[in-house]
Ligand binder design. Structure first.
Ligand code: ADP
Length: 411
């Protein structure tokens, strides 16, 4: 039986999974999981790239120990960042994290870059070759053939959506960021789309991700970290469920929430400045974050429907955020749309799906969507009426008017 390995590294965690296809079902096994974060040194935020490499090697070693002698291997990671290499392919500088203050003003400088400073663009499915023989020997690794998958994790996450691609659907890839958009066969290059900050990102098999980056679970990750990780994400969602809804709201896409010294203080400061009750407990902070994220999803989905002139009938939430039942239900209720949540590992699954298509085991993205739906449990959230919805939306609009002077995330 063929083995397929996916290395999937998000901004908050990485994992290495193995998969096989048995009949109409993909079987996934997580072999290795590790944390990912940037650290501050000399006033700058850097990723620990060497550590990521070591974690991949550890994962591959575990694959071998699990009896996998040969396989194909695809790697996807978060995007936005860059690594400067010399002609020999060696790293010549530390890798700045996108939340480092210097990157906020980088877009002007980007315009000075030349095409020949980048490596060539390549389509998914290209065979890159085997792992270096000396590494295989030194570390006792399986014989892996590296294959290009959709290397941006969002591209793999969208390839991993359990949709047969027959209806009008949108997605939120819900992790550190929330990426909300649609899979399209053509880019949408209108001025209004550009002004609304939508991108047309090139995806697998000639698809385009017409999408927007909005604030994601980064806010809760930071609040959790600042609380010494005393509660798990599941506990924070549970605590939030027990709180009164919509007490305090924050405009989460404001740039002040991008990388504040303290997320907790920034949320409290915003609530105080806008005359709202100030959340102090983990539950109240989490509630404020989830309510506000769901309201911002509502804005983004309406904008997406306007821009594409499509009526979206189903919203898929994939990624770690699909585990957050409160946020999924809130999203269904506030967006008044059916939400299908899961799989939470859609990125690794999309990475594997492209390997399966390239090996001929699956025909295309549609077949992959059907097989994924058939292989992994998902949860359906039907929209429920929200008490006082009109007043809530009025408050939300007023908040935006009150704070128009602040800049917004503009990735
Ligand atoms: P990334 O790929 O950006 O690192 P993930 O897709 O792994 O992010 O999602 C991580 C997020 O998923 C966490 O920040 C957390 O908010 C959420 N999450 C994961 N598991 C759970 C859970 N059991 N309950 C609630 N939220 C969860």
């Amino acid at each position: 039986m063929n083995n397929y390995l996916a290395v999937d590294i998000g901004a908050s965690s990485g994992r290495l999974v193995s998969a096989t296809l048995e009949g109409e079902q993909i079987h996934l096994q997580e072999l290795h999981r590790f944390n990912n974060s940037f650290t501050e040194r000399n006033g700058h935020d850097y990723w620990n790239i060497d550590n990521l490499f070591d974690e991949i090697i550890q994962g591959l070693r575990k694959a071998k120990q699990n009896g996998i002698d040969s396989c194909t291997l695809g790697i996807d990671t978060w995007a936005v960042d860059y690594v400067l290499l010399n002609k020999e392919g060696r790293r010549i500088h530390e890798v700045y994290a996108y939340r480092d203050a210097r990157t906020l003003h980088a877009s002007d400088k980007l315009l000075q870059l030349r095409r020949d400073q980048f490596s060539e663009l390549a389509e998914p499915e290209r065979l890159l070759g085997p792992i270096l023989p000396e590494l295989i020997q030194q570390c006792d690794l399986p014989d892996c053939q590296l294959i290009l998958v959709p290397t941006h994790d969002t591209a793999s996450a969208v390839a991993g959506v359990p949709s047969p691609r027959e209806e009008s659907w949108a997605y939120i890839s819900s992790g550190t960021w929330s990426l909300l958009g649609m899979e399209r066969s053509h880019p949408l290059n209108t001025k209004t789309a550009m002004q609304a900050n939508y991108a047309n990102e090139w995806g697998a098999y000639g698809t385009y991700r017409f999408l927007k980056n909005i604030m994601g679970l980064w806010m809760i990750q930071e609040v959790r970290r600042e609380g010494d990780s005393a509660h798990s994400f599941a506990e924070l969602a549970q605590l939030a469920s027990a709180e009164t809804p919509f007490v305090s709201l924050v405009l989460c896409n404001q740039s002040s929430f991008l990388n504040p010294d303290s997320m907790t203080l920034e949320i409290q400061r915003f609530c105080e400045a806008t005359g709202q009750p100030v959340p102090h407990t983990p539950g109240a902070l989490a509630r404020c974050i989830f309510d506000s994220l769901a309201l911002s999803y509502r804005d983004a989905l309406h904008e997406l429907q306007r821009l594409t002139d499509e009526t979206i009938t189903r919203l898929h939430i994939v990624g770690g955020g699909a585990n957050n039942e409160l946020l999924c239900q809130l999203t269904a209720d506030l967006l008044e749309i059916e939400v299908q949540a899961g799989p939470s590992e859609s990125t690794a699954i999309g990475n594997i799906a492209v390997q399966l298509i390239s090996s001929g085991a699956l025909e295309d993205l549609k077949a992959a969507g059907r097989t994924i739906a058939n292989s992994f449990p998902t949860r359906l959230f039907e929209p429920q009426p929200v008490q006082g919805m009109e007043a809530l939306l009025d408050r939300w609009e007023c908040l935006k008017i009150q704070t128009t002077s602040h800049t917004h995330i503009s990735q």
